[in-house]
Design a protein around this ligand. Sequence first.
Ligand code: NAD
Length: 260
Amino acid sequence: MLKGKTALVTGSTSGIGQGIAEALAAQGANIVLNGFGEAAAIEKLRGEIAAQNGVTVRYDGADMSQPAEIARLVKQAQDEFGAIDVLVNNAGIQYVAPIEEFPDERWDAVIAINLSAAFHATKAALPAMRKTGWGRIINIASAHGLSASAEKSAYVAAKHGIVGLTKVIGLEIADHGVTCNAICPGWVLTPLVKKQIEDRAAATGRSYEETKLEMVAEKTPSKDFSTPEQIGGLAAFLCSASADQITGAPLSIDGGWMAQ
Ligand code: NAD
């Protein structure tokens, strides 16, 4: 389906981004991996995705909080592969604290990585997509792009922001063969969420397993996590011809969280 096309997936050295990179590579796309981590582990992941799918996979460690690095990342990928056909704005961080105690520097970092990075990457990648008349922009928002939880001011603001940004981009490019959608996962058991479980377990003195079940059941009628593979499957669907007319849409994959 994506043979000969190239996908840039930000924050794909872990979790949901990795699941999306693997799913798009399985459809034949060349991949630009991005994110932080240990060099040997990233090189192993790069090699595995390339070998398992017979595609070219490159890694770029651009810091998505830095607009100049984002512009450089997009241009370099376009120069090397000829195009970025699929842009997945996925890199994200979390910080949990009541608003009176929320550090200014954490607010700025969450907004920069979870929201502004998607603006800068889209701005850089869109002109070439417009020109070729085909493209996919997939923003990884969250259930927190549609509803709120206490103590997540920066994250909820950034995720609501990215849902709004998705609608604007969808409108601006609606008749150019390019779609822009937001995937809104509920709980996915990745390092980002494992840390929240560990912090809450430490604060309450309850076990990790007990806290994990309590956290997922609190919000999720299905009482289960989504997986990076399932999010990857939805991203791959959004790249298919069946999704040509889906644009500007927030798409929930959350075990019923948003239905409440
Ligand atoms: P994760 O911590 O497993 O992965 C985050 C990725 O982003 C990593 O590759 C990390 O290196 C990268 N990253 C962080 N800061 C970066 C920076 N400055 N520059 C470049 N890369 C950077 O987390 P995850 O759970 O896979 O989250 C991925 C996305 O999915 C995030 O946008 C997150 O908000 C969103 N999301 C996660 C969940 C969940 O339950 N895990 C739910 C809804 C939405």
